[in-house]
Design a binder for this molecule. Structure first.
Ligand code: ATP
Length: 352
């Protein structure tokens, strides 16, 4: 098991345009469950491949438990990898597939058998142990790939690269929750790459949000929701994402372009740059009092509705409780405790 640290790490592909990963320092604690989350091209796979040793970074160091592994090839890093497509031996049984990494390391038959049966139990594969892998569905095959990482109790980390891509949507939920449970029972450092916020937020204790080669926030799912450190995180996490309103600031008040004033929970020093007020749709409500708005449309998202509004010329989304009619002269109320100020896209701490 390993604590993984990055020391001034950066990567530019030969012939690539600029940095695929901008310089970063970061620590992933031993036995943590981390997700690397971000849109296509933000650098997730590059970072994962640097951890596994498939890519040697163009600058900086990677440390496993304090030891510099930057120059070590994958086979000497002791990491297990689970890819998008299951990697299993079709002609072997589930048991033989799971035992393979242990046999390779010369583990005696009895402890290997016990270990395989334990892991098969964790994965819900106990009844399939003597079936040939080729007779199984994609989700069960992916469980085998996963199991091959878990049987070894000596791995530094298990790396998952979009592991649910080929899984049927209705089975994704089961595997997602099972993975989280596995991490509770097998406390090994797990790194999970995905562009899907639900997968990241379900699996990880800490989510590493990336945008354009940069880590913009590392935080618990709650922190990413409650206090996005960056405009990108506010947008990317949540459905719909956070609202951002252009504003000016005067002490503990935000002033919208039309002149409306919004009291803030904290005062702010004089700030330069582009200023915005951020608030999630969940903390905005329609009623008889507050800022005048025009309702443009109501979206039905199944268990909840979203009112798409125009607030003094700026688009705004607010949650609308089930069954609540849209007021004839709607006004918008913002929960003051949930208002945040952003300068040039970055969260600004207020005073007091
Ligand atoms: N072999 C390569 N040569 C040059 N540029 C590359 C190479 N591999 C990736 N890139 C570039 O590096 C950047 C980061 O790519 P990376 O694959 O790490 O992103 P990602 O977040 O994993 O995206 P995806 O989810 O699409 O795989 C992108 O701009 C990509 O075009």
């Amino acid at each position: 098991m390993a604590r993984i640290a990055f020391d001034r790490l950066a990567h530019a592909y030969p012939g690539g345009a600029g940095h695929a990963l901008k310089p970063m320092d970061m620590v992933w604690e031993d036995a943590g469950a981390y997700a690397l989350l971000g849109p296509s091209g933000c650098g997730k796979t590059t970072l994962l491949n640097i951890v596994s040793g498939l890519i040697r970074p163009s600058a900086g160091r990677v440390l496993f438990n304090g030891a510099d592994v930057t120059a070590l090839p994958t086979e000497r890093r002791n990491v297990a990898q689970v890819f998008q497509f299951p990697v299993v031996y079709d002609t072997m049984t589930v048991r033989e597939n799971l035992a393979f990494p242990l046999r390779n390391r010369g583990m005696p038959a009895a402890p290997a058998r016990a270990r395989v049966e334990h892991v098969a139990g964790l994965l819900g594969l106990a009844r399939d142990l003597d079936r040939r892998a080729r007779n199984l569905g994609a989700d069960e095959k992916q469980k085998i790939s996963l199991g091959r990482g878990l049987v070894r109790d000596d791995v530094a980390a298990i790396l998952f690269d979009e592991p649910l891509t080929v899984i049927d949507p209705h089975l994704k939920w089961e595997l997602r929750s099972r993975l989280k449970e596995l991490h509770r029972q097998v406390p090994v450092t797990m790194i999970y790459v995905t562009h899907d916020q639900t997968e990241a937020l379900t699996f990880a204790d800490r989510v590493v949000v990336m945008s354009e080669g940069e880590v913009v926030q590392v935080g618990t799912p709650e922190a990413l929701f409650d206090r996005p450190a960056h405009r990108f995180v506010g947008h990317f996490i949540g459905s719909p994402g956070m609202n951002f309103l252009s504003c000016a600031l005067l002490g503990a008040e935000a002033i919208l372009p039309g002149g409306a004033r919004i009291a803030l929970p904290r005062a702010y020093p004089a700030l330069g740059g582009r200023l915005e007020l951020g608030i999630r749709p969940e903390f905005a409500s329609l009623g008889a009092e507050g800022l005048p708005v025009a309702v443009q449309r109501i979206e039905d998202l199944g268990r909840r509705r979203i009112a798409r509004l125009d607030l003094a010329g700026q688009p705004f989304a607010a949650s609308l409780p089930e069954g609540m009619p849209v007021p004839a002269e709607p006004r918008l109320r913002l929960d003051p405790a949930r208002l945040h100020v952003y300068a040039d896209g970055r969260l600004v701490e207020g005073e007091g």
